[in-house]
Design a protein around this ligand. Structure first.
Ligand code: MN
Length: 731
């Protein structure tokens, strides 16, 4: 690349960057950086930014940001070249030739992120994240360069139109700042937040900023006093060497505190945070002890991120105490090593020279493992069909995360608050989630809706018979669990629909003396299906099963015959055959059958089946009001075939005069027959001296229920007994 003879190059521009990388990169690296600068400067020659500066200032600044994080030479070179492929005539091929595969790969990644075209604002965001995460799955450095690029663009946002300022700031606040946070790049996160905040809410920003400025003097004095006092007091008590620093929080986090707690600026107490750094881990705990002996800690505010590091590897002790003048003080205590990671986040893991890093595959896998949530997001993106769904789930994962639980082996898993054993099971493995049977927390079985608490030890058991159910969707929190459950249910529903549809079609065809096989071979059948956009026999079964196609109509279309209009089937004769299910469906063999909850039919009662879309065949009492409102086309004949162990839950309502002993007499009826009462509740009526008693219990059949009702009616003070559809009183 003949760039050395160019006269446009002002080599002094590279000096600040070289100065900054000098402390951690080799002279060989510096030659590569200089080479990249020459190429970039030449390629961008004649281009200017909206700020009026020559374009090269931008890649240089991006490289500077990364140099501050001590990133490796490939990242710095990529930063310098990140816009050349898109904005100049230089090709990726040339970059590969001059700088090697690894740089070319990174430049390509960054370029691709910038090239994506979007339809709407919302989609723009989610597409953006999607692509970003995909590239992250391959190499985190792509995202680090992109974050630095965004940071510099935010710093120089002023000359842009108001509309673009607002759009870019929204995107920064929604996506880039949280992402920087998750990657542990706290100073970048805070700066992005403050810059975006300034453009989105200029008035609020300047009002907070003004008050903040006014107090600077007072605040600095306070910081100085606290540090002096603390240094002196701690030195009296311990030989441990330490260093204390005070810093103020960023504008945006102050604003968010005001918003969340609905308080004014004056009421935000923790604008200042103090940090104590020391050499060894045990010294952190010792210093914490002394701090707590000096000032009273506020309960619930102590967090031990040393024992349980955050997902981004952040480690520190956090506490809030009542300090001098009764002011609350936030104090963080950590080692210098922990501080190094805290400042640089994921970037701390990329401070190796390329070759050394790639040779040490073990280090690489460990780094990737620590950021395994990225991999989850990549997988998620492949599943999520709509951008909006993806955006929502990603935002959930990015923003809410503060529960840490242990596996029995002591591994730590991180969840958003509100997560349940279902989320845990899916976090371990999809198969574990799909077969989840029960969960134990701290050795005890808990319901699946149990909300995980910090420090819980959780263990899950699976069973081949267990499977996800729709209710789980209301219980789980993570996007992973949600999407896996959805896809399981969808598959199951389709299977069910195919099964039901096929049997239904077969059954209706028998009425017109046609076999299913013969019917499907009719050329008219294929034609009709094509006209409906259906390809396979399964497709038409599913359509019938889902209730989207009425069986009789479809047969009519194919055969061109007028069929007998469907009518409510006659009451069937009792079947004496013994099978697995308590109910037999006429002419349909074994399909999934459920008893309706609304009328809870009992053996011996007249019943009728209904082909539902999601739950297979649901059996109601023939008289059930709910059934009357459903389409008769989907009625199906069913009959009882009772097994000995069959039991059905029923509810009765007993109206009584509210006198002592009555309840006792009622429960005796059940005890005499060894029937377990599942639920018993009573409520006084407002109008008179009567009360309603609700009892839930299990019976074998309608005869048993009738006999119990007769006995209940005999009891003194019982006015009436009736079967009820719901379990208890609605207050
Ligand atoms: Mn750029």
């Amino acid at each position: 690349m003949g760039v050395s003879n160019s006269q446009t190059i002002d080599s002094s521009k590279i000096n600040p960057l070289i100065k900054r990388t000098h402390e951690y990169l080799s002279s060989e690296d510096h030659n590569l950086i200089k080479k990249a600068f020459w190429l970039s400067d030449k390629a961008h020659h004649g281009q200017f930014r909206k700020t009026g500066e020559p374009f090269i200032e931008h890649p240089l600044e991006v490289a500077m940001i990364l140099a501050e994080l001590h990133l490796d030479v490939s990242s710095i070179v990529t930063a310098l070249l990140h816009d050349v492929v898109e904005d100049t005539s230089i090709t990726l091929h040339e970059i590969k030739k001059d700088f090697g595969k690894s740089v070319a790969f990174l430049v390509d990644g960054v370029t691709k992120l910038s090239q994506i075209k979007f339809k709407s604002n919302y989609e723009r965001e989610s597409e953006n994240i999607r692509k970003m995460f995909v590239s992250m799955g391959k190499d985190v450095r792509v995202i680090l360069v992109k974050l630095a690029d965004r940071l510099h663009n935010m710093r120089t946002l002023a000359p842009l139109s108001e509309e673009r300022q607002l759009r870019i700031s929204q995107e920064t606040l929604n996506i880039y700042a949280p992402l920087a946070g998750r990657l542990g790049l706290h100073s970048i996160k805070m700066e992005l937040e403050d810059l975006a905040f300034k453009y989105i809410y200029p008035e609020v920003y300047s009002s907070i900023f003004q008050q903040f400025e006014e107090e600077t003097k007072e605040r600095n004095k306070y910081i100085k006093d606290v540090i002096a006092f603390l240094t002196e007091e701690l030195a009296k008590k311990t030989k441990v060497k330490f260093e204390i620093k005070g810093r103020t929080k960023n504008m945006y986090s102050i604003y968010k505190k005001m918003q969340n707690q609905k308080i004014s600026y004056a009421e935000v107490y923790d604008i200042i945070a103090f940090r104590i750094c020391t050499q060894k881990m045990h010294e952190c705990y010792e210093l914490l002890g002394w701090v707590h002996s000096l000032w009273k800690p506020i309960p619930g505010r102590f967090k031990d991120f040393i024992a349980i590091p955050k997902a981004n590897n952040y480690q520190s002790l956090h506490t809030t105490v009542i300090g001098p003048q009764g002011k609350k003080l936030e104090i963080q205590i950590r080692t210098y090593d922990m501080h190094y990671i805290a400042e640089r986040g994921v970037a701390a893991h990329w401070q190796y020279k390329d070759e050394a890093f790639l040779k040490n595959v073990k280090v690489q896998t460990q780094t990737l493992k620590k950021f395994s949530w990225l991999q989850d997001l990549v997988a998620l993106h492949r599943q999520a069909q709509h951008s909006n769904v993806f955006l929502e789930s990603v935002k959930k994962d990015l923003f809410e995360s503060d529960i840490y639980v242990f596996t029995p082996k002591g591994d730590v898993k991180e969840f958003s608050s509100g997560a349940t054993p279902i989320d845990f099971a899916y976090a371990v493995h999809t198969d574990i989630g799909n077969k989840l049977k029960e969960a134990k927390v701290n050795g005890r079985i808990v319901p699946l809706k149990y909300k995980l608490q910090n420090g819980d030890v959780i263990e899950v058991n699976t069973s081949e018979k267990s499977h996800p159910v729709r209710e789980w969707l209301n219980i789980c929190m993570t996007s992973k669990a949600r999407s896996r459950i959805r896809s399981y249910i969808k598959d199951e529903e389709r299977k069910m629909a195919v099964q039901v549809g096929q049997k239904l079609l077969d059954k209706e065809l028998k009425k017109v003396d046609f076999s299913l096989d013969r019917f499907l071979k009719q050329s008219e059948c294929k034609k009709t299906m094509v006209s409906m956009g259906l390809n396979t026999h399964e497709d038409i079964y599913a359509q019938i099963g889902y209730g989207k196609v009425i069986t009789q109509n479809f047969i009519q279309k194919v055969l061109g015959k007028d069929l007998v209009a469907p009518k409510v089937p006659e009451a069937p004769k009792k079947s004496k055959k013994k099978h697995d299910s308590p109910i037999e469906v006429e002419g349909m063999g074994s399909v999934m059958v459920q008893l309706a909850k609304c009328c809870a039919p009992l053996p011996g009662e007249d019943i009728l089946g209904y082909i539902s879309v999601e739950r297979g065949i649901v059996v109601h009492q023939r008289e059930c009001k709910k059934l009357q409102n459903l389409t008769p086309e989907r009625y199906v004949d069913v009959s009882w075939r009772i097994k000995d162990e069959f039991k059905q839950v029923v509810h009765v309502k007993i109206m009584v005069y509210d006198e002592t002993g009555t309840l006792n007499n009622i429960s005796n009826i059940f005890t005499e027959r060894s029937i377990n009462i599942l639920e018993l509740a009573s409520a006084a009526r407002e109008d008179d001296l009567k009360a309603d008693v609700f009892v839930s219990f299990e019976v074998r059949d309608i005869e048993e229920l009738r006999s119990i009702i007769r006995c209940l009616e005999q009891i003194k003070n019982v006015v009436s007994v009736s079967r009820s559809s719901s379990a208890s009183i609605k207050y």
